[in-house]
Design a protein around this ligand. Structure first.
Ligand code: SER
Ligand code: ZN
Length: 843
């Protein structure tokens, strides 16, 4: 195992030298790219030492180094690991020039400069820039960049970097050159370069002052026709940020490039966003309705970073949530405003509970502002992003939309062009609103999902509610977190008779509501007003009331989910369960056409893992079986009504497809409807319907599944994101076997160098907890072996795939021990620091 050097938040020190200007010259060649770097530096007057640290890695071969006019002999250079330390530099202003050579074609880790389908492309966040050149690679150093790109004109007609194109000309020997200048000072992680044979589509956005921004999306020539949706989304994002936050695009050219081999989802490089192609390319033939929504939100996300991330960036990587939590919150609001606020909230909570809650309960748990890391890339987590967004949402819940906007505006004005901290954000919100927000601080420093216990008591003076918070963070000095609780009471006439928001600021508090009715249903955490687990002994009657009569979408959905989970976990007889499960459908099947998308969610039962983790029932096999049987029973009982709804939604928009396909999931459990599923597959005119049918067929183990899968692959071989779906679907089946896994692993379409394809196999298995938990001895070792194989190629991707090993606590002790022993054995082998950090923390 490599030595793991931990870096601590408390050790932050400002640099001795700032960089004011960077000039980079690239002479591109797949195996030998030459980089010349010129830096202008000035002394940070606030530090006394005079050391310049230029971070580097083993991937770049240093050829020369000069300080001012003096060449430094390569043998005289002092390194600490791969970083160059230049000590006792006496000048307050100095110039450093260096040159080095790179091998982009062999950069399979995809950090720094690499080749993807013959396109040169960069990915630098957080610390990839040091793979490109030696540089003080830290986000608090913001400099102006000029970039000269020289490449073969025939193979690389397009040369892109950040900012504005200031010169383009042909050179001798078939080469050409482009010069880009970015007037905005930026940290190195926002640097970008793309060069290759690309096509593009373009449009413009007109700013409030009437000036245009030129928008372009670049992709492979045969893919540019699939970029139109993303381009429209970009325009919507620009307009929305103007309308909602008065934030206007500050660059005149805004470029997006779609790249097939990409570690993350997308990257907000200033003026030159680089995207995983999967989040750009779409038309209804290859993308589902859900894909379209995701693309729109990610296009928005990267654009919103232009203010929250780029104009104001983070001082050090511990503060990552400052920009990611905030920007996720902003993209969630974007989608909510453009689409359906209630449904978006449900989707986001589902995602938070499925990924972030387990992370916060597992061995890789960390606060949204971590205290230490070994590999920063391991901290691009759902905690930093999604829980971070929930914490940002708390401010809005407390201050209101207007107060939140005031705070954000103040924060951006105050810190524009600088690198800030999470504390700066909190203080800005407090200053702008003249509020004490000190209780928010603990959300940044304490890990774990808080639990809130609620008790309801009928007293002479009204209804008394007692709230108690329990934290599961480590440490002896835990402080109560401020928890906004939106709640309502539904009275005997099925109407909301009281609603309010209570802010729980201490460990335990009570309030008494002036309410004389006694038979009330208490609806808690409406709109999921805080990222907590709620302990309250709902009665069945209360849940039914909330599910039917609440006005808050989240609360309705939540009550229904809880009702079903509790029912499955209860000790009642099977006949009682069946009867109680199907009773509400009488009404639901009547109403559902009024709000098809909402009822589609309503009809979708909580997944087995969620039932297991929220109820007393821990037997996953039993949950799986009962859940399936209930769906089948409801399908059989109301078969005619389901069919009628199904037929009625045949022609329609995305909401109709939502409802139709949720109904299909019921019908698909009945043997006589295998043919309905197969017919839908054949007749589908869009990916949403085709995929829904294929999924229903595979997940219900239909006899047609094999044929449909073969047909699907034949049809869509040319579309990588669709082939990813084909892999992921098979791997997410509860019936997955080692035989199928091995078949897929050695399939001609599997590609261990493409992160999307790797995730569609190994990532999907890691998420198939039903399979993992039922046959741990089978699947965990297979997963681990394959992660080790990926680690040799791409450590960042491998480390992320290893998270299931930090969440073993649900397993039998003997299984846990056996798996941890395997992990321990692997730690003795050669592996990357990325993977070593994740695995060793999992033990
Ligand atoms: N900064 C990227 C994003 O979240 C990920 O590296 O958009
Ligand atoms: Zn982001």
């Amino acid at each position: 195992m490599p030595a793991l050097k931990e870096i601590f938040r408390k050790d932050y020190q400002a640099p001795d030298f700032w960089v004011t200007d960077v000039s980079l010259k690239f002479v591109l060649s797949p195996n030998a790219t030459l980089v010349t770097t010129e830096l202008k530096l000035s002394k940070n007057t606030e530090t006394t030492s005079r050391t310049l640290v230029l971070n580097g890695t083993e991937h770049s071969q240093l050829l020369s180094l000069r300080i001012n006019d003096t060449a430094v002999a390569l043998d005289d250079i002092q390194y600490v690991e791969h970083d160059i330390h230049l000590k006792d530099l006496q000048d307050d202003e100095l110039a450093v020039t260096l040159s080095n050579q790179l091998d982009p074609a062999n950069n399979s880790a995809l950090e720094g400069l690499y080749l993807s389908n013959k396109i040169f492309c960069s990915d630098c966040e957080p610390e990839g820039f040091r793979n490109i050149t030696y540089y003080p690679d830290r986000p608090d150093i913001m400099a102006k960049y000029t970039v000269i790109i020289i490449a073969d004109k025939a193979t690389c007609p397009i040369l892109l970097s950040n900012g504005n194109l200031v010169e383009a000309k042909d050179l001798d020997n078939g080469l050409h050159q482009a010069v880009w200048h970015d007037p905005f000072p930026k940290p190195s992680y926002l640097f970008a370069l793309v060069a290759g044979d690309l096509g593009y589509i373009e449009d413009k956005h007109i700013r409030p002052d009437g000036s245009p921004v030129q928008l372009r999306i670049y992709a492979a020539h045969n893919e540019v026709d699939k970029c139109h949706y993303a381009l429209g989304a970009l325009k919507r994002a620009m307009k929305w940020d103007e309308d909602r936050f008065d934030l206007v695009c500050d660059v005149d050219q805004y470029n997006i490039v779609a790249i097939h081999d990409f570690n993350g989802g997308a990257m907000e490089n200033k003026g030159l966003n680089i995207f995983n192609a999967k989040y750009v390319l779409a038309n209804s033939e290859i993308a589902t309705d859900a894909d379209f929504e995701t693309i729109e939100s990610i296009i928005g996300h990267e654009y919103f970073h232009n203010w929250t991330g780029n104009r104001v960036t983070c001082r050090d990587w511990f503060q990552l949530s400052l920009q990611e939590g905030l920007t996720v919150f902003r993209d969630q609001e974007f989608t909510s405003d453009l689409r359906h606020r209630g449904l978006k909230r449900i989707d986001d909570v589902k995602m938070l509970r499925a990924y972030q809650f387990p992370e916060d309960a597992g061995r890789l748990k960390h606060p949204i502002r971590p205290e230490s890391y070994v590999e920063m890339r391991n901290f691009y987590t759902t905690t930093v992003y999604e829980k971070g967004a929930e914490v940002v949402r708390l401010y809005q819940t407390l201050l209101g939309e207007e107060g939140f906007k005031k705070g954000l505006t103040h924060y951006l004005n105050k810190f524009d062009g600088t690198a800030a901290t999470c504390d700066d954000f909190l203080i800005s919100m407090a200053e702008a609103n003249h509020e004490d927000l000190s209780g928010f601080e603990h959300w940044y420093s304490q890990a774990g999902t808080p639990r809130v216990q609620v008790a309801k008591e009928i007293t002479e003076n009204g209804i008394k509610l007692t709230f108690k918070q329990l934290l599961c963070s480590e440490g002896s000095n835990l402080q109560p977190q401020w928890i906004p609780i939106r709640f309502a009471l539904i009275g005997s006439e099925d109407k909301i008779i009281y609603e309010d928001t209570f802010i729980l600021k201490s460990w335990e508090e009570s309030i008494t509501l002036p309410c004389k009715e006694t038979n009330v249903a208490l609806s808690l955490f409406r709109d999921f007003s805080a990222p907590v687990i709620v302990d309250y002994p709902y009665t069945e009657e209360e849940l039914m009331k909330i599910a039917f009569f609440e006005t808050d979408y989240f609360a309705r959905w939540e009550a229904a989910q809880r009702y079903i989970s509790e029912l499955i976990a209860s000790e009642q007889t099977w006949e009682e369960k069946q009867a109680k499960f199907i009773a509400p459908f009488n009404n639901l099947l009547q109403e559902c056409r009024q709000e098809p998308s909402f009822y589609a969610l309503f009809f979708t039962l909580p997944d087995p893992i969620s039932i297991q983790s929220t109820t007393a029932e821990k037997d996953l096999a039993k949950i799986w079986e009962q859940r399936g049987n209930l769906i089948q029973y409801a399908a059989k009982t109301y078969e005619a009504q389901w069919l009628e709804i199904y037929q009625s939604q045949m022609i329609g928009n995305a909401s109709a497809r939502d409802l139709k396909n949720s109904v299909l999931n019921y019908l698909a459990t009945l043997p006589n409807h295998e043919v309905t599923v197969a017919k839908q597959y054949e007749a589908a005119t869009n990916m949403t319907d085709r995929m829904a049918a294929l999924r229903a067929s595979v997940l219900n183990n239909h006899s047609t599944a094999k044929t449909l899968l073969t047909n699907f692959l034949e049809k869509y071989k040319a579309y990588p994101s669709v082939v990813d779906k084909w892999f992921a679907l098979q791997v997410s089946s509860p019936y997955i076997t080692l035989e199928v896994l091995n078949h897929l692993r050695h399939h001609g379409e599997f590609n261990s160098h493409n992160p999307n394809r790797v995730r569609s196999l190994l990532g999907a298995l890691g998420q198939n907890k039903v399979a993992l938990y039922q046959q741990p001895q089978l699947f965990y070792p297979w997963l681990l072996d394959n992660i080790m194989m990926i680690d040799k190629i791409n450590p960042q991707v491998a480390a992320r795939l290893a998270t299931p090993f930090s969440q073993l606590d649900f397993l039998k002790q003997s299984d846990q021990d056996a798996i941890r022993n395997l992990v321990k054995a692997q730690l003795a082998n050669q592996l990357s620091t990325n993977l070593a950090e994740q695995l060793s923390k999992s033990l």
